[in-house]
Ligand binder design. Structure first.
Ligand code: NAD
Length: 481
């Protein structure tokens, strides 16, 4: 008998309350030992003026229980509201998003029989910081952040997950042929960490062709680890091609806290009709039970759920004439699962989750700090008064003994000193100044340059310092464009 684990529960919006009740009924009947702390999140809270959709007092519950079972919420239309999911993930340090995408053929129609892929998505970095700027009349910018510790944590998590769950292979997707520094770091760390898991196969795919292969032949993949944005998109693709987004759950795991949910939304048009499929949230709850050490309960509930699916007792979204036997509502589906507790599936593989999942991330490696030298600066200006040659001759005069104009780019393409008249230019220019004779620069040198840029009448919208690390450029080089 387990001791009771305190968890925080939110019933959410739309179909949320119905599927949460069904899920709790099933896992409690399955023997889950839980002490529930109920909090309000979502539409009501947003509309009461909390821009993140959660009351400040609810964080106390989450910090106390450290485990969050969450139903979907409705994000109100209109601007000004922050994504509750992004806020919860980053505030509680939930760096790993784990989404099993499994097909249940022949009982649920799928184009990919035998699919069983675990998507491990980095959950905190990439473009999700929401660091965006409008810089000129024509240009907007979004910053994409990829860190060494963030990448190490997610990649190691993926390999550990694969090892603990008897998986054979870990695949990484990224686009380092284009984003050589950010995705290049992700790929390099993947290779470094893969070297420490000789018992597991590993492979790397450029994300575009990897995504095509995943959609076409998902059986070729086992565990897939990705940066946040690719993971966001491809985990939905993977869930959908497995059968239905209505069937998948996901776990958001951190070193101290965790959150479990269905992957679908609050389906407001289906709310209050007792028709929604509670399976996605049940799958989330099963991942939670494994995580908190109640693996025996997780296996019992999962096997009863599989048996219900095999018996053709299906909600409207997965009901198919000739395959399904009985179309049921949310409550009846939950009752059917409860009635099968203790039974095993006949055809689908039965679940035997391992005992308590004790893994804690090892301390991050601290690589030797490299010698960082400032060797130049990219100065961004808004300018709409002529051709690149005109801008080049004016900005060349701004340089001096310390910093020289080297290159001008427009949207990443070199337009000065070389360039073609065919290249389309916007009002957003990046002028690269490099230290004369490769000398190390000081910040004062850049301040002096910016004063001159300003005095020459330019609207400088931002600067980006150029550094080398142990002599290796830490910026995309002009030659690589
Ligand atoms: P949705 O996932 O709610 O619905 C998409 C479609 O799937 C609908 O046709 C719906 O009827 C069906 N569907 C979804 N879940 C189902 C279930 N359990 N059983 C049966 N059918 C189901 O996506 P949406 O309509 O784009 O979004 C609705 C709201 O949900 C929006 O406010 C959105 O912001 C929010 N949302 C919340 C979360 C979350 O809380 N994690 C995630 C996604 C969307």
């Amino acid at each position: 008998m387990h001791t009771k684990t305190p968890i925080t529960v939110a019933y959410g919006d739309g179909i949320g309350p119905e599927i949460m009740q069904a899920t709790l009924d099933v896992i409690m009947a399955g023997g889950a030992q839980l002490d529930l702390d109920i909090i309000d999140i979502g539409e009501k809270v947003y509309l009461s003026g909390e821009v993140a959709g959660i009351q400040p007092s609810s964080w106390d519950s989450l910090r106390r229980t450290k485990v969050f079972l969450k139903a979907p919420i409705t994000t109100p239309q209109g601007g000004g509201f922050k994504s509750l999911n992004v806020t919860t993930r980053t505030t509680l340090g939930l760096y790993a998003n784990v989404r099993p995408c499994v097909s249940y053929d022949p009982f649920i129609r799928t184009k990919h029989p035998g699919m069983n892929v675990i998507i491990v998505r980095e959950n905190e970095e990439d473009v999700y910081g929401g660091i965006e700027y409008r810089q000129t009349q024509q240009m907007a910018e979004c910053l994409r952040l990829i860190s060494r510790p963030g990448t190490e944590r997610i990649v190691r998590f993926a390999f550990e997950y694969a090892r603990r769950n008897n998986r054979k292979k870990v695949t990484c997707f990224a686009k380092d042929n284009i984003m050589k520094i950010t995705d290049g770091l992700f790929h390099r760390i993947f290779d470094e960490i893969a070297g420490q898991y000789a018992d597991l196969e590993h492979e790397f795919w450029i994300v575009d062709i990897g995504a095509a292969k995943l959609a076409d032949t998902p059986q070729a993949f086992d565990v897939v680890v990705l940066p946040n944005l690719y993971g966001d998109i491809l985990s939905d693709v993977a869930a959908q091609i497995a059968g239905s987004v209505g069937l998948a759950g996901s776990a958001n795991i951190g070193d101290m806290c965790s959150m479990f949910e269905a992957i679908h939304g609050s389906a407001p048009r289906r709310a209050g009709q007792n028709v929604a499929n509670p399976s996605g949230l049940m799958q989330g709850a099963i991942l939670m039970l494994v995580h908190i050490g109640q693996s025996d309960v997780a296996s019992r509930v999962q096997n009863a759920w599989l048996k219900t699916i095999e018996d053709g007792i299906h909600t409207y979204d997965i009901y198919k004439e000739g395959v399904s036997r009985q179309k049921v509502g949310t409550k009846e589906f939950a009752a059917a699962v409860i009635a099968r507790l203790g039974q095993q599936p006949g055809t689908l593989p039965a679940a035997h989750y391992a005992a308590a999942d004790e893994w804690k991330a090892p301390p991050l490696e601290r690589p030797r700090s490299e010698r960082k030298v400032m060797v130049g600066v990219d100065v961004y200006v808004e300018w709409n008064d002529g051709k690149p040659q005109d801008l080049g001759s004016r900005l060349r005069q701004v340089g001096g003994a310390t910093l020289e104009l080297d290159t001008i780019f427009n949207r990443g393409t070199i337009v000065w000193p070389s360039g073609l008249p065919e290249t389309f230019c916007t009002d957003h220019w990046r002028a690269r100044f490099l230290a004369t004779n490769g000398k190390a620069l000081e910040h004062g040198d850049i301040v002096t340059l910016l004063t001159k840029v300003n005095d020459a009448g330019f609207d400088c919208i931002k600067t980006e310092n150029l550094y080398t690390f142990d002599g290796v450029p830490g910026y995309s080089s002009a030659e690589a464009q």
